[in-house]
Structure formats: C-alpha cells, structure tokens
Design a binder for this molecule. Sequence first.
Ligand SMILES: [Zn+2]
Length: 96
Amino acid sequence: MLIPTAIVRKVNMTQLASITNNHFSFECCCGQTSLVPVTAFIQKFELEATVDEVVAKARCSKCRLKNMAESRIVFVGGSGEAMPNTATKQASLPSD
Ligand SMILES: [Zn+2]
C-alpha cells in the first residue's frame, strides 16, 4: 500500500502563499480525481487562505459534492521550473 507523503487529514494551516508551486490532488468518493494548481485557489480565495480552508471548500467537478475522500498536496513539474525566487518581498525596514 502506497503512503502519500502529504495527506491532508488533519488541520493544515499552511498558507497557499507558501506552496504556490504545488498542486492539490483531490479524490472524491465517486471516484473522480482532479489535480488543481494552488495558484487557481489563490485566485479564488487569497494568499492567506490555508490548505485546510481550501480542502473544506473544494467541490468535486463531477458529482458537485464537497465530500472529498482524499486530499493531497503534490509537487508537479521538473526542477527547471523551480523559480529562484528566494528573495521575498518582505518589508525592508530602515534600521538606521
Ligand atoms: Zn465526486
């Protein structure tokens, strides 16, 4: 039995802003699976939305139910796609 690395089964307060390179993988009770980029949820909600909130609001595109059997955060894409974006836009306070 495979054990996914990041099953969202409990409260996950990770903010979408920190996982923009990832996707949500949903598996519905009806068997429908979907892979949705985190950026799509950021457009719907906001950067401060948490994984927990998104999972709670996610709706199956087939049966329209919110009852997802499984939700995962997955990383899709090669290493070449990783942006060298380590310098975040933190406010630079003039210290002196
Ligand atoms: Zn469904």
